[in-house]
Design a protein around this ligand. Structure first.
Ligand code: TYC
Length: 130
């Protein structure tokens, strides 16, 4: 029977049992160990992305129907949910449209602000880190 040695890169001996499966993708990063009976186990750490709330702010002039439209169009809300969020903002001053990664949140804020400006409404849309 052939002896198989295991070379674990970037992890302590205690982590051997938790190591990912051996990876065999891409160019031979095995340093010429293929066929030598030496498995190279690497682990890729997954990281939680930073998340951002996108918020609508109340004002006295933007029509309610416009805010409902914004919530349907950019935040994929149905009419009932969009109306609920709009009324929450109207009564409380601020409300959450959704939670997104940085680039997605930034894009949504820009799309909302551009549409509001085009229609000359003072609606404000902002993002805040969770
Ligand atoms: N307060 C606005 C009005 O009475 C409606 C409104 C709701 C405006 C939500 C902005 O984010 C907003 N017409």
């Amino acid at each position: 029977m052939q002896a198989v040695s295991v070379l674990l890169l970037g992890a302590g001996a205690a982590e051997v049992a938790m190591a990912d499966r051996p990876r065999r993708a891409g160019p031979p990063a095995d340093g010429g160990r293929e066929g030598t009976g030496t498995a190279v186990l690497t682990r890729t750490r997954t990281r939680k992305p930073n998340l951002y709330r996108v918020l609508l702010l109340n004002d006295d002039y933007t029509p309610m129907e416009f805010v409902v439209h914004v919530l349907e169009r950019f935040f994929n809300k149905d009419r009932a949910e969009a109306t609920r969020i709009m009324m929450h903002v109207h009564q409380n001053g601020v409300g959450e449209c959704g939670v997104f990664t940085y680039e997605v949140a930034e894009t949504k804020v820009t799309l909302v602000m551009d549409l509001a400006r085009k229609h000359m409404h003072p609606l404000q849309c902002v993002m805040e880190k969770k």
